[in-house]
Design a protein around this ligand. Structure first.
Ligand SMILES: Cc1cc2nc3c(=O)[nH]c(=O)nc-3n(C[C@H](O)[C@H](O)[C@H](O)COP(=O)(O)O)c2cc1C
Length: 324
């Protein structure tokens, strides 16, 4: 069985399930496994040190699957901004047809994507930003609720409210993101008016994800209470896995510290060590509250197959069975 929605139609994907961009995690093997299983796998552009490395990563994914693959381009404030234009050029020249944009307004790059026939899925955290994205011509939006891993924005509106509010306000396909790990989340998102789901933390904890086993085991054991919000005082909130470093960062922030005071603690290179070496306190690493719903490490195909078949069961039996 397949679930057909406006998202699957517009983006040419079999199932309405997206693997969101993930720094240090969204590599070829993971993205290709998700796409091969009928979802939309997304390679994270900036995990590759150069645009040429990104070209090679896309080629590697293509060796594993010939189904559609997307690339995430996240534009965040940065002391040394990467050469975004060159990454975008690499994506276009590689023939990728779906881009996930995030972080800031994708408008400067939209004409290039459009000209290349690329569908753009913009990820944001509020209805007003989603409306803006629709206005400038993106093809769909992913909306991250407050429960999500990574940057939930500053409005603190959870998905249960944000998703239906967005679905009501928008005409383009809406993907629900944040807090989804299984068929229950998928069916709930569809009931709220979404056209599909985006998952980060859940796909990080799969066989094809290259993160260290210690990270996978930790997420399986952790509960929904084991995340922490850092950078609140800087108005650049990030939801991360609670650990010694996140606690230190919040302590410094509470004492009136600036970004300069936490810069070394939050360095990307330290976070990368968590994923590569498995030292859970080496740095900041991203995970969402949905950790509380994750209790195994399936392959991407097992995960997607069971989400789709259990969704069918939920709709046909549980929900239909409630009709008196
Ligand atoms: C390890 C990790 C790294 C992430 N890095 C990025 C990123 O670079 N760009 C981005 O747009 N989103 C990033 N995200 C957010 C995900 O794409 C997705 O929006 C989020 O995980 C959804 O919440 P969930 O984890 O509850 O499913 C990251 C998430 C995780 C878990």
């Amino acid at each position: 069985m397949a679930l057909r929605t406006r998202f699957t139609e517009t983006f040419g994907v079999e199932h309405p399930i997206v693997q969101g961009g993930m720094m240090w995690v969204g590599r070829a093997e993971l993205a290709a496994a998700v796409s091969e299983a009928g979802g939309l796998g997304i390679i994270t552009a900036l995990t590759q040190p150069t645009p040429d490395d990104l070209r090679r990563e896309i080629d590697r994914a293509r060796e594993i699957t010939d189904k559609p693959i997307g690339v995430n381009v996240t534009i965040l404030p940065s002391i040394n901004p990467p050469p975004y234009q060159d990454y975008v050029k690499a994506i276009i020249e590689s023939g990728v047809k779906i881009v996930e944009t995030a972080g800031s307004n994708p408008e400067p790059f939209l004409p290039y994507y459009k000209e290349a026939g690329i569908k753009v899925l913009h990820k944001c955290t509020s209805v007003r930003h989603a409306l803006k994205a629709q206005k400038i011509g993106v093809d769909g939006v992913s909306i991250d609720g407050f429960e999500c891993a990574g940057h939930p924005g500053e409005d603190d509106v959870p998905g249960l409210i944000l998703i239906p509010a967005a679905a009501k306000a928008l005409d383009i396909p809406v993907i629900a993101s944040g807090g989804i790990a299984d068929a229950r989340g998928l069916v709930a998102a569809l009931a709220l008016g979404a056209d599909g789901v985006n998952m980060g933390t859940r796909f990080m904890i799969t066989q094809e994800s290259a993160v260290h086993e210690n990270v996978k085991n930790a997420v399986v054991e952790r509960t929904e209470r084991d995340t922490q919000l850092i950078f609140r005082t800087l108005h650049n909130t990030a939801r991360v896995a609670a650990n010694e470093i996140s606690a230190k960062v919040v302590e410094i922030e509470k004492a009136g510290g600036t970004f300069e005071d936490v810069k070394d603690l939050v360095a990307g290179a330290r976070g990368r060590r968590v994923f590569e070496e498995g030292d859970l306190n080496a740095g900041i690493w991203t995970a969402g509250q949905v950790q509380g719903l994750i209790d195994d490490v399936p392959t991407c195909a097992e995960l997607i197959d069971r989400m789709v078949s259990e969704a069918e069961e939920l709709i046909k039996s549980r929900l239909a069975g409630m009709l008196a």
